[in-house]
Design a protein around this ligand. Sequence first.
Ligand code: TYM
Length: 326
Amino acid sequence: MTDKKPMRILSGIQPSGVLHIGNYFGMMKPAIALQAEGEALYFIADYHALTSVRDPEALRENSRRVAVDFLACGLDPERATVFRHSDVPQVTELAWILSTVAPMGLLERATSYKDKLARGMAATVGLFNYPVLMAADILIYDSDIVPVGKDQKQHIEITRDLAVKINETFGHVFKLPEARIQAATETVPGIDGQKMSKSYGNNIDIFGDEKDTRKRVMSIVTDSSPVDAPKDPANSTIFKLYSLMASKNEIADMRDRSLKGGTGYSDFKKQLFEKLWEYFAPMRKRREEILSDKSYIEDVLARGAKRANEIADQVMQRVRAAVGLR
Ligand code: TYM
């Protein structure tokens, strides 16, 4: 039997600050490309952000801004369903149902929970349960493909484990989703060479102002090779970031000049800044247009919520019937 339904693609992004180019190349760009290949659903994960954001006004404002920024980067609301997580509250019901089969040990092994505790976040039940809510986010739309960066891989594995547990216990309820991770952009480095992350403070923002963006690019950490010395592009954050945006010829040119010596890191950083600024220029323009129409983003999110609810209601009916509710 062939399944004629279009492939369903789902991903989420937390509104816990402004978006950076790690989000863009790791998830947003691949997700935007995938919107032409099936039914795409992309949401602003405000329920998740509650685990770290304690200012209600900031959460509301960030959620709106992340939606605007995602659209400015090329998300097309005529093709993709764009919505707020909290506009589909059924997802918290599914998270509860999944939590009743989720082994403690599985969640205790979740690396992102351990990382967050190591960075000083309070050990709340919400933080611990984060992967269960994320599994519900994915399973409630019968998702096939989940485009994410590498840091989310374990969460998708947990999602599959929980789907299997439910299927083994109650019969076939869920399809098993797959992570879609782009090898070339799975972990975009930040200005200190570690994974770019808002919480590490090493981010370069997509829509940062010019002066600040230049300053951040100029402060990328390098080794102390003198100008004359050859420089290995494989160890250079500048080169890695430049490669995400430049053409093949431009990349080859920077590689050659690095290996030859004679060019200092500050010249390469200036070149990176120019490329970055040019790359995101059309998105900055689009963003201004979106921001100039106050009701546009709310209309998009309201339409998105309607469609997301339709799918979630259907799946929840199936889940409730399977587990013995109503
Ligand atoms: P979040 O908001 O931390 O990040 C959004 C997406 O950006 C990717 N990303 C990166 N990719 C490559 N290099 C980087 N330096 C980098 N930094 C961030 C992340 O991998 C992610 O894909 N838990 C999720 C949000 C979420 C979700 C979901 C995702 C909630 N429910 C359901 C998919 C499906 C998160 O915190 O992403």
